[in-house]
Design a protein around this ligand. Structure first.
Ligand SMILES: Nc1nc2c(ncn2[C@@H]2O[C@H](COP(=O)(O)OP(=O)(O)OP(=O)(O)O)[C@@H](O)[C@H]2O)c(=O)[nH]1
Ligand SMILES: [Mg+2]
Length: 219
């Protein structure tokens, strides 16, 4: 990895899990291989998985905490607050984000406070709608990608007001606080076979509901 100031001082990689035992080992292996030679830590926030994810994470990660189920956004913020390094990278644990891309995100923190890895293709119409509304307002084409790099200050002081917003409220609160947001496009690996956020109708409904909350917080 190219040695930017941030990477030399260290990177905290935060992932949230809910029943990800199948994926967490491979994710941690890929992150460590990518950050080989860079001081880093991996933080897993698990929301009461029933498949043994937390037990495995305790063996493999640097920090692994378990709590009751409260959604991805709260988990990401809790993980960020536990981070010890000046750069925080958040990444899904289901291998739908490419850990090898972390250096490109971190490099762009030289210009922005937050850098989003935007998927070149957004599969759900609700995500495409959110990109044209919220995304335009905050300056990213993939508002719901939680594959992001944050300068520590841009995230750790956030106070979440809403319920689950799939990470959206983190961008909105940071933008409102005056932090700059940039993006890097990347081709995401295929999504998992059976989406857990819900089928076509339910997933789009939940994302639109989260988007309306985010618009309310932003405007
Ligand atoms: N801590 C925590 N993590 C969660 C929760 N729900 C989902 N996650 C994790 O957050 C990440 C993204 O969730 P996904 O369910 O994959 O959401 P998605 O990628 O939009 O939808 P899929 O198409 O189902 O993959 C994954 O690493 C999940 O394990 C939760 O309630 N708490
Ligand atoms: Mg996923």
């Amino acid at each position: 990895m190219k040695e930017t100031q941030a990477s030399i001082r260290g990177i905290s990689v935060v992932t949230t899990t809910w029943n990800e035992k199948e994926n967490i080992k491979e994710l941690i292996r890929c992150v460590r291989a990518t950050l080989n030679g860079v001081p880093h830590e991996i933080i897993v926030v698990d929301d009461s998985s029933t498949d043994g994810t937390l037990e495995l994470a305790k063996q493999l990660a640097d920090v692994a905490v378990g709590k009751k189920r409260e959604g991805q956004t709260k988990g990401l913020l809790l993980g960020a607050k536990l981070a010890k390094f000046p750069v925080i990278v958040t990444i899904d644990s289901d291998l739908e984000n490419t850990p090898e891309f972390i250096p490109f995100l971190v490099e762009k923190l030289a210009v922005f406070d937050i850098v989003v890895a935007s998927r070149t293709f957004l599969p759900r119409f609700s995500e495409r709608w959110a990109a044209r509304t919220l995304g335009r307002l905050v300056g990213v084409s993939d508002f719901y990608s939680n594959f992001r790099a944050y300068k520590r200050d841009a995230v750790v002081n956030i106070d979440l007001k809403g319920g689950e917003t799939f990470g959206g409220e983190l961008l909105v609160r940071a933008r409102k606080a005056g932090f700059s947001i940039g993006e890097v496009s990347y081709v995401a690996p295929p999504r998992r076979f059976q989406p857990r956020i819900g089928g076509l109708f339910w997933a789009n409904f939940r994302i639109i509901f989260a988007s309306l909350k985010c618009l309310f917080y932003l405007l």
